[in-house]
Structures are given as C-alpha cells and as structure tokens.
Design a protein around this ligand. Structure first.
Ligand code: MGD
Ligand code: MGD
Ligand code: SF4
Ligand code: MO
Length: 675
C-alpha cells in the first residue's frame, strides 16, 4: 500500500481517507493533493452519513497543516516556563533526553512519578492505546483515568444497557417524536441535522431540551429551556408520569429489566410541578412533553453530552436513557435511544495491547492541577502530554498553569501545533496529523469504521505516535521500534478477521446490521444478565445522594450566574483554535446584561473565587436568563487576559463516572474596569 497515490499529468491526485477528529460523524474524506501538497478536502460516501459534505473546520484543515503554529522540529525550552522560547534539537537528542529523564526519575522516585496525559478524542484506534500503552504499562508509570468527557454518560450507558448500539442517523426519519436532549448537532455532529429535518418534514415532532435556544430549538415543536444541571428532575418527572399514570410497559419491564420498582420510588417525589420549578420551565410545557412521549411511537431520545457536565450529569443521563425502557419504546425502527455508538463494532484496545494494565496509581485527569501541585508518594516529576491540550481543556486552569510552572517538573508535549500546553513544555516533539499518518477512524454517531491514510508526507520532522512511542520503548529496552504501517497491520490483524481484512482491502468495514440496528430486534443489552439495569446503584457509590439522587444548584448570591461552555462550530475541542482570529465572546441575556449596565460588545470580566476571564459581551436572547455561555476549546490568546472559561470551572466531579463539571461554574459578570 503506497503512502501516497500516483498523480495525473497536472500533478493532482485525489485520495480517500477519513476524519478521526472528535466528532460523532467520522466523515469519509476525498483529499485532493497537488504536487505533494493538500489542495482541497471534500466529503465522500464510504460512510453513508457523510453524504459528500463536510464541516467548514475540516475543509480548512490544510491551514493547520501548513500554518505558522505547526511544530516542525523537536525543541527544548530556553528561558522560563511559559515564555515560549525553544531551541531546536535532533530527534535522537530528544529521545535520549526523554529516556534519560524517565530512567532517572524512576530510579529516584519510582516510575509512578511519571504521568502520561492523553485523552485522544481526536484519535483513531492506532494513535492511542497501542504503542503508547505498551510503553507506559511496561515502564510502570501512573495511569490516567480519561474522564474529561463521556465518563458520566458512559457509566450510565454501560450500567443500564452495556452500551448497546443506538438508533442510527438514517433511521431518524422513521421516528414520530425526536427529543434532542442536551445535544446540539448543528454544531457538534452536523450530519444528523438533515435526518432530523427529514423526520420533521415527514411530520415528526421535534423537542429540544437545552438552556440555549439553538438553531434546532428555534425550529422545534417544543423547547424546554432548562436551567443547567436540572435534567435529572425533568427526566424523573417523566418517569413518574409513566409509572403513576399507568403508561409504564409492564410486560417489557418484567421481561427485559431489573430495578424498575426502585426507579419508580426514586421518581415518586418529582411531580411535574416540582420538577418544572427546579428546572425553571413552564409546568404546562413539561406536561405536554410527557403527553407526547406517552402517546407517540416510534419515539426517540437523542441523549447528548451537554447534560453530563454537572454534578447531576451521570444520574441525569441514566434517567434519560431509562425512559425508552419504562415507556416500552423499543422494538420499532426509529424508536429507542441514541447515545454513543463507539462500541457498535465490539472492538476493544484490549485485543491488541499485549501488556496487562499494571495496578499503579490512577490519576483522574480532571484533577491535573491538583495532581501537579498536591500529589505526593511519589510527586509527579514528569508529565508526558500527547493527544491532548490540557491548558485549554481541563478544569481549574489557573491551578493547571501553576502546576506546569513547577521548576522540578519535566514536561514533554508531543503535538501538531504550538498549543497553550506546548508553551509550558520542557521538550516539544512534532506530531503528524491525520493527513500524514495511518489511523483507523471509528465513528460514535453513525456506525462506521474506516482507514485513515497518509495523503502527504509528514511536514518537517513530524513523526507519528506509533513510531515515537515504539522507538522510546526500544531505547528503554522494553520494546521494538515500529513504523505506523506496521502498527496498522498488527492492530488490524487482531480484529475479527472479517473486519480487519475488509478494512485493509477496501478502506472501510461493513457495519453490523447494515449500520441501522433496531434496538431489541437486532441488538440487546450487553449487560451481564442481558437485561436493562434500571437501578444500577453500584455505579453511584461516590454519588453524594446515591442513584437518582439530586444535588442542588451551586449558585450563591455572590456568584449567581451559571456559566456553560458548549461546543462551537469553529473548533473541535481546542483543535483548530489556532485559526480563530478574534476574541471569543461571553453570551449573556439582554436582561442580565442590562442589570449590570453591559451593552453589546462591551468588555466584561467574568469571575468567581477560582479566576477571572476578560472578553467582549454578546447580548442574545437565545440563552436563558441566569445562564451565560462561553465556547469550549478557546485558546488563551483569544481572551483579553489569557484566561478561558476553564479558569472558572471547579475540579469537582460528577455523581457517576468521576467526570468534569464544566457547567457547574457559577460566576458574576461586570463591566471591565468597574468593581
Ligand atoms: N464543532 C464541534 N463539534 C464537536 C465538538 C466541538 O468541540 N466542536 N466536540 C465533540 C465532542 S468532544 C463532544 S463530547 C461532542 C459534544 O456535543 P454535544 O452533545 O452537543 O455537547 P455540548 O456542546 O457540550 O452541549 C450540547 C448542548 O447542551 C446544552 N447544555 C449545557 N448544559 C446543559 C444541561 O445541563 N442540560 C441540558 N439539557 N443541556 C445543556 C448546551 O447549551 C449545548 O447546546 O461534540 C463533538 N463534536
Ligand atoms: N470549558 C469546557 N472545557 C471542555 C469541555 C467543555 O464542555 N467545556 N469539553 C471537554 C470535552 S467534551 C473534551 S472531549 C475535551 C477534549 O480536550 P482535549 O483532549 O485536550 O482535546 P483537544 O483540545 O482537541 O486537543 C487534542 C490535541 O491533540 C493533538 N493531537 C491530535 N492528534 C494527535 C496525534 O496523532 N499525535 C499527537 N501527539 N497529538 C495529536 C491535537 O493537535 C490537539 O492539540 O475538552 C473538554 N474541555
Ligand atoms: S469534524 Fe465531523 S463533520 Fe467535520 S469532517 Fe470531521 S467528522 Fe465530518
Ligand atoms: Mo468530548
């Protein structure tokens, strides 16, 4: 298989690949290359959900590959941490330095003083949990709990259904009712939108549950503009209607579930009126949703990630996912739920990682600042960041920055571009992008698995994760160096033969059930007893109020506003943030702004006890009063003072799954310059 394709007489060639970025869609891409340079990126159709169109972000990905912020050589820090000045070194020098520091730190403090730090949302099956895992496991470093995203929804989905595959995009037009719950596909998974529109055109009612009046909310039949963090009472009120008003599907509950009685008891206190009061919505609207859900089939709940990012997030997701079981909405095309389809192919990295996971210290990634500043026995002496930009994306930004400035910490940042985190590195290593290496893209919205191929040679001295981690293992005497192509062959060889060989031969594997499974017809819960566990209390052991227990809003008189940070169409998390030209804005309701003497585009300070963010204000009635929004993934240079919303986010953890509480930031806003 050639690394790049032959070209025509104009020097052009079009190469098929796929997008591995952290977006549910995993588009098929057709990349036109001219004399070895990316000219154009378009959508293909091997993943049918792509329908030949892609987002504006990835159309611009060439600007990232060739942009000024691209890292081209390994380099070591010159001057103080964070200053951003570096001197070029060779790859052998860089690798020697890392191997030496790893060995020294292990000898003095133990290998657990080393913390590998990656999330890998924008990585396929080759660029994470392959050679990196072998290296760090064999060396015995601390382990990382990858909880920044999808930990609460994942814990709920796993406990209730064993992550059973959900309703496919293509089946949305079969639904008569679609509830978009804490999800904004117009920004975060655009290929779902045409299917929602098709459903609406065919007469389906669309309901949106979101503190913001998103574009889909504006076109919806009903919009419940809930206060952030109150989805749990709303969902429990729907359960109460189902159970107490005789709409629960008793036959389904008896055959396919356990724990229904305990869920019923948990829902009992949540009348429509009480839940509506807690969520700050009209009781009549919630009643209307209950009536619609009871009376409509096929009915579909698309559960997103917006509802998980708060202290009640895991229980909220569990209560939302449980609705289809209690109401008996499964068994028909277009009925049931959609959550993450990441396990639909049944592929797990455990099949190709040979080294068992050691029982070393497990560090929750949401506690990065705390870990760097407080953890002892041993303290963290080396941080190896890859596939992640924690300065921009983790909670409690000021403490993360303080930790990264420790003189006795050795930080390696292996990156494509000079991110906010790379600026704090002792050593930066240049990484290839998905246009320069092999990977395997697995979607989590549609059900697809595609080969990601290099379409151009790596820029500068950029190298792939597979190569760098295997070479490091080689230097440390605990593994053998490998090209990313060899890693591809090894991983594909460990997949079920039909999947692996099809992937290598055709660049795409056939999805199970044609990619459109019907729940409880084609797919069933993957829980140990094959039943829906409606009251999985074991996962709530750390929840202060147990399974389905609600925690009050953290607002205070001093910090009364809820700050949320939803996905924006401009970036994927912080990826591509380097292309953002203007200051990001705080979105605030005109009434909240007026009360504070704030007008359109005024500079404001957004603050709480943890930090302060300075930026221009955007007045919009599309956000509910009492809530303000600032996009996730903004880089420090796109605010006035170098703090982003994460400077205001506490590092508290969600009720289930120990996830991040990004939307539990409570703040005050004032005109900049006025105290
Ligand atoms: N363009 C783009 N696409 C992306 C991403 C990106 O950064 N940019 N990120 C990717 C990743 S990593 C993920 S996890 C997904 C996330 O995609 P989504 O599931 O869409 O998640 P969010 O954007 O966090 O939030 C979705 C919506 O929930 C609302 N919301 C906030 N708090 C609450 C709440 O308490 N209750 C309810 N009901 N709604 C609430 C927000 O206003 C927002 O409109 O998107 C992926 N796709
Ligand atoms: N305030 C707030 N913050 C949030 C959220 C929120 O809702 N609000 N959402 C959170 C969510 S949902 C998520 S998923 C996280 C994501 O947070 P992160 O995991 O930090 O994701 P990115 O910001 O996309 O950064 C990924 C980095 O990996 C690099 N990278 C990509 N591929 C490779 C590779 O092959 N090799 C190497 N070495 N590097 C590579 C990219 O260049 C990029 O800089 O952010 C979270 N942060
Ligand atoms: S980011 Fe999403 S919409 Fe954009 S090309 Fe990638 S998979 Fe498609
Ligand atoms: Mo995410």
């Amino acid at each position: 298989m050639p690394r790049t394709a032959p070209s025509d007489s104009w020097g052009h060639s079009t190469i098929r690949t796929a997008c591995p970025l952290d977006c549910p869609d995993a588009c098929t891409l057709d990349v036109t290359v001219e004399n070895g340079r990316v000219l154009k990126i378009d959508g293909g159709d091997a993943n049918p959900a792509t329908r030949h169109f892609i987002c504006a972000k990835v159309r611009r990905f060439g600007e990232r590959v060739y942009g000024d912020d691209r890292l081209l050589f390994p380099a070591v820090r010159q001057g103080s941490k964070g200053l951003g000045t570096f001197a070029r070194v060779s790859w052998p020098e860089a690798m020697d330095l890392i191997a030496r520091r790893m060995t020294e730190i292990r000898d003095e403090f133990g290998a657990q003083a080393i913390l590998p730090f990656s999330y890998g949302g924008s990585n396929g099956l080759l660029t994470q949990d392959t050679n990196d895992a072998e290296l760090f496991r064999r060396f015995g470093t601390s382990r990382l709990a990858r909880t920044v995203c999808a930990a609460p929804t994942g814990a709920a989905n796993l406990a209730l259904y064993g992550k059973m595959a959900g309703v496919a995009y293509a089946d949305y037009p079969h639904a008569r009712l679609i509830i978009l719950w804490g999800v904004n596909p117009a920004a975060s998974g655009i290929h779902l939108v045409p299917f929602v529109n098709d459903a609406r055109a065919a007469g389906a009612k669309i309901v949106v549950i979101d503190p913001r009046r998103t574009s889909l909310a504006k076109q919806a039949f009903l919009h419940l503009q809930v206060h952030p963090g109150t989805d749990l009472p709303v969902a429990l009120a729907l359960h109460r209607v189902l159970f107490e008003e005789g709409h629960a599907d008793q036959a389904f509950l008896d055959t396919h579930t356990t724990g229904a009685d305990r869920l019923r008891a948990a829902a009992a206190p949540w009348t429509i009126e009480r839940a509506a009061r807690e969520a700050g919505i009209d009781a009549a609207d919630l009643r209307q949703l209950a009536d619609l859900y009871v009376s409509t089939s096929p009915a579909l709940v698309r559960c997103g990630w917006g509802l998980e990012r708060n202290r009640n997030g895991g229980n909220a997701a569990a209560a939302v996912l449980a609705l289809a079981a209690v109401a008996g909405k499964f068994g028909v095309r277009g009925g049931g739920y959609s959550m993450s389809n990441s396990l639909a192919f049944g592929l797990r990295a455990a099949s190709w990682i040979d080294t068992p996971e050691p029982a070393t210290r497990l560090v929750n990634m949401n506690h990065l600042g705390r870990a760097l500043l407080e953890y002892a026995n041993p303290p963290i002496k080396m941080l190896f960041v890859y596939n992640c930009n924690p300065v921009a994306t983790m909670p409690d930004q000021n403490r993360v920055l303080e930790g990264l400035q420790r003189d006795d910490l050795f930080t390696v940042v292996f990156e494509q571009v000079f991110t906010d985190t790379a600026r704090y590195a002792d050593l930066v290593l240049p990484a290839t992008t998905f246009l320069e290496h092999y990977d395997i893209a697995k979607s989590y919205g549609p059900i697809s698995l595609q080969l990601v191929r290099p379409v151009i040679e790596p820029r500068g001295e950029a190298r792939s994760n597979a190569e760098v981690f295997s070479e490091l293992a080689d230097r440390l005497g605990i593994g053998a160096a490998e090209e990313d192509y060899e890693t591809l062959m090894r991983v594909a060889g460990r997949m079920p033969p039909a999947i692996g060989s099809e992937l290598l031969e055709h660049g795409v594997a056939s999805p199970p059930h044609g990619g459109t499974p019907v729940q409880f017809v084609d797919v069933f819960p993957l829980t140990p007893d094959r039943k829906v566990n409606l009251f999985p209390e074991a996962i709530a052991s750390a929840a202060p109020r147990g399974m389905y227990g609600y925690q009050e809003d953290p607002a205070t008189n001093q910090f009364p506003l809820a700050l949320i940070s939803p996905a924006t169409e401009k970036t994927i998390s912080s990826t591509l943030g380097e292309l953002r030209e203007r200051a990001a804005m705080l979105h605030i309701h005109p009434a909240d702004a007026a009360r504070r003497g704030i007008s359109q585009s005024d500079p404001v300070r957004v603050f709480n006890a943890l930090g302060e963010l300075q930026c221009p204000a955007n007045l919009t009635a599309d956000i509910r009063q009492g809530t303000v929004a600032f996009s996730k993934g903004v880089w420090r240079r796109n605010t006035y003072n170098g703090s982003t919303s994460n400077a205001l986010v506490p590092d508290s953890l969600t009720d289930l799954g120990a996830g991040a509480c990004f939307n539990d930031a409570r703040v005050e806003v004032a005109l900049l310059g006025r105290h």
